[in-house]
Design a protein around this ligand. Structure first.
Ligand SMILES: Nc1nc2c(ncn2[C@@H]2O[C@H](COP(=O)(O)OP(=O)(O)OP(=O)(O)O)[C@@H](O)[C@H]2O)c(=O)[nH]1
Length: 338
């Protein structure tokens, strides 16, 4: 056998494409993931979800019972759990016949750099996978504010090969122009797609072959340095924490709504994100609550299964969270058994 370098076509056929979904808290990553998984594309994807917070919620918000979803809840993907990521992916590769691509949804607070880096420093991953693209979902309404306060928001924009400028319904077209300009200022090469509910043809985000290694090396010359991610460590905002609340008693719906509206009115700027799956008293379906700063949304989804423990979970991610007050507030919404 004579050695010859792979052609671009061979390279794309043989290696499993990996898509990294990034984007700040609440921008729409799960919305995009659900679109990808529900579309009739005839492909199977393995999905890795990394959440900030001890209890898994995203896993339950992801549709598609067929897909394999691996949760990593023990830390931020860009810091402590890269070992886990490599282990999960290496396990997947041992039975590569089962899927056509890998999608990694990172937490809203992750710097996608070290995640992307993983695919170039680990031998096994390098042989069998190719980073297809880093896709960032950006919240058109909150991006300016996020860029002010979080270095991660800028890292995500800076690293993206494709940016979904999402939630265009919440801002004017002049504002969108300004946002695109702002994004270009951070990342001149990225492709920007304006979306609502992340609606975009899947060809725009999957198997696009967009990850531009040369560009990243220019942007961050120490990209391949195995210790690179440590430099970024200190940039995490230590005041941002998460609080998980759980109960097996029913939640009083109107009381929950009143509490939450008042809470977000006052503390919305600091409560970056709230997500919950609730067993609301009198409802046979799950009640999914979500907020991004002051904007909140509650919807009923699938019914609880027969015999299933109706387990309510609520997660807050925010700056300087008053955990005691939040705990008490939630407790006041819980119906204790008579
Ligand atoms: N108005 C508006 N809301 C949207 C749009 N896209 C998504 N949302 C809502 O934004 C909220 C957050 O969406 P997710 O997809 O859960 O965001 P995420 O990035 O996965 O959030 P984290 O996992 O917490 O980082 C949900 O309530 C969505 O319904 C949009 O285009 N317009």
């Amino acid at each position: 056998m004579t050695f010859r370098p792979q052609t671009q076509k061979e390279y794309r056929r043989e290696k499993i494409p990996v898509t990294v979904l990034t984007g700040y808290l609440g921008a729409g990553k799960t919305t995009l993931l659900n679109r990808i998984l529900s579309e009739q594309h005839g492909k199977r994807y393995a999905v890795v979800v990394n959440e900030f917070g001890e209890i898994g919620i995203d896993n339950d918000l992801v549709v598609g019972a067929d897909e394999e979803v691996f949760e990593m809840n023990n830390g931020c993907i860009c810091c402590t759990v890269r070992g886990d990521l490599i282990r999960i992916l290496s396990g997947l590769l041992k039975r590569r016949k089962g899927f056509d691509g890998i999608i990694i949804e990172t937490t809203g607070l992750a710097d996608p750099g070290p995640v992307a880096q993983t695919f170039f420093v680990d031998d096994d991953l390098q042989r069998h996978t190719r980073l297809d693209a880093v896709i960032a979902v950006v919240d058109a309404k909150h991006l300016p504010q996020q860029l002010e306060t979080s270095p991660e928001a800028a890292e995500q924009v800076g690293f993206a090969d494709v940016i979904l400028l999402n939630k265009t319904d919440l801002v004017s077209s002049e504002e969108l122009e300004r946002l695109e300009h702002r994004i270009r200022g951070i990342n001149i090469h990225t492709r920007i797609l304006r979306t609502q509910q992340c609606q975009t043809p899947l060809e725009d985000v999957l198997d696009v072959g967009a990850f531009d290694f040369d560009r990243i090396m220019t942007l961050e010359p120490d990209f391949l340095d195995a210790h690179h991610h440590h430099h970024h460590h200190h940039e995490h905002d230590d005041a941002i924490t998460s609080l998980s609340l759980e109960t097996e008693h029913p939640v009083h719906g109107p009381r929950f709504d009143t509490w939450m509206s008042a809470l977000l009115q006052v503390q919305g700027p600091d409560i970056l994100r709230c997500k919950g799956i609730l067993n609301v008293d009198g409802l046979n379906q799950r009640y999914v609550f979500q907020s991004v700063h002051m904007l909140a949304q509650g919807t009923t989804t699938q019914p609880w299964r027969e015999g299933e423990t109706r387990h309510s979970r609520l997660v807050f991610i925010g700056r300087n969270l008053d955990t005691e007050a939040l705990r008490e507030g939630f407790n006041d919404c819980i119906l204790e058994p008579a």
